[in-house]
Design a protein around this ligand. Structure first.
Ligand code: UT7
Length: 319
């Protein structure tokens, strides 16, 4: 049996930090409201001259170094992003050119905040069929550019960043299973409805969210999908060493941990300093906990995410 093993992780956060106190000067909000409702204290923002590929490149290089993988050994590059630099080519192709790889398969995945899990699962399938040996999977976002900075219900929630992993075919256990779902019936609850037509942006180019509805759905969907992942592997929640959740809201994270009967000490939480970095949030959180030594080889990780679409999913990984 061939598995996909994560052999290196990387992350990158832009230098500029926007605190809740900074936001108090922009909109009618308070550090207390933001922290109590979301767990966020600050988030990073890309510089004006940085693009999504810049963030992706930094995270990718760190993951490649950690994996001791030469860029020419990659057969597949996937970038999960909601904020691509161009309509086309894909950010994955732009990243491939930056890294100096020629000929690997490269494409973007758009599943908003669940994008990294979708991309990881796709890479796993390619590896299992034998057509790919090494893959680079990146979640990268400059979500701040999709925000209306006068809308307090959205602008306090998101941040910019990138996270990456390198996965390799292995006889040792790695990704055990992935469980992905979507329901487009919820398309209007979290959306940027604009399109580019005839050289113009058509429609509203800012993030619109019915936060409360998204919240309720997220808690329900994540509870179901983490149970699905455990049941598929005939595992009890006690088998989980670390929950690595999408970092949208500490209350959603805590609800999932409670469902799994996991103490918060076994949950990787970065939302306080990262905010919601959409497709970057899970690989960024993973990288933080790998680099600070909490996550160790051989441990069982449960990754989960939910996002616009709606899309949602969970991936169980023997690290
Ligand atoms: O990445 C994937 C998906 N995204 C999410 O998972 C986000 C899910 N949703 C949430 O995290 C939460 O719903 C929010 C954090 C967005 C909002 O928290 P809430 O507890 O659901 O608050 P609410 O939307 O019900 O709003 C409560 C009140 C409202 O005032 P009234 O109508 O009660 O007077 C809002 O106008 O809070 C007000 N409010 C704010 N007040 C201060 C909304 N945003 C702010 C703000 N500062 N930034």
């Amino acid at each position: 049996m061939t598995y996909s093993r994560i052999i290196g992780t990387g992350g990158y956060l832009p230098e500029k930090i926007l605190t809740n106190a900074d936001l108090e000067k922009l909109v009618d909000t308070s550090d207390q409201w933001i922290f109590e409702r979301t767990g966020i204290r600050s988030r990073h923002l890309a510089a004006e001259d940085q693009d999504t590929c810049d963030l992706a490149e930094q995270a990718a290089r760190r993951a490649l170094t950690a994996a001791q993988c030469d860029v020419h050994q990659l057969d597949l590059i996937i970038v999960a992003t909601t904020t691509p630099d161009r309509v086309f080519p894909s950010t994955a192709c732009l990243l491939q050119a930056r890294l100096g790889n020629h000929g690997a398969m490269a494409f973007d995945v758009q599943a908003v905040c669940s994008g990294f899990l979708y991309a990881l699962s796709i890479a796993d399938k390619f590896i299992k069929t034998g057509s790919v040996r090494r893959a680079l999977i990146v979640g990268a976002e400059i979500f701040s550019r999709l925000l209306d900075w006068t809308d307090r219900s959205t602008c306090v929630l998101f941040g910019d960043g990138a996270g990456a992993v390198v996965v390799e075919a292995s006889a040792e256990q790695g990704i055990l299973s992935s469980h992905l779902h979507a329901d487009g019936a919820y398309k209007d609850l979290l959306t940027v409805p604009a399109t580019v037509t005839q050289g113009r942006l058509n429609g509203d180019g800012f993030t619109k969210m019915q936060g409360n509805e998204v919240f309720k759905f997220a808690v329900r969907a994540l509870s179901q999908v983490v149970e699905e992942a455990l049941a598929a592997n005939q595992l009890d929640q006690s088998a989980i060493d670390w929950l690595v959740p999408h970092q949208a809201n500490i209350r959603i994270i805590a609800a999932t941990a409670k469902k799994l009967k996991l103490p918060m000490e076994k949950v990787v939480v970065t939302v306080s300093g990262h905010g919601n970095t959409s497709a970057a949030s899970v690989p960024l959180a993973l990288d933080v906990a790998v680099r600070d030594g909490r996550i160790q080889r051989g441990q069982m990780l449960l990754l989960e995410a939910v996002g616009g679409g709606f899309t949602w999913g969970a991936v169980l990984v023997k690290f």
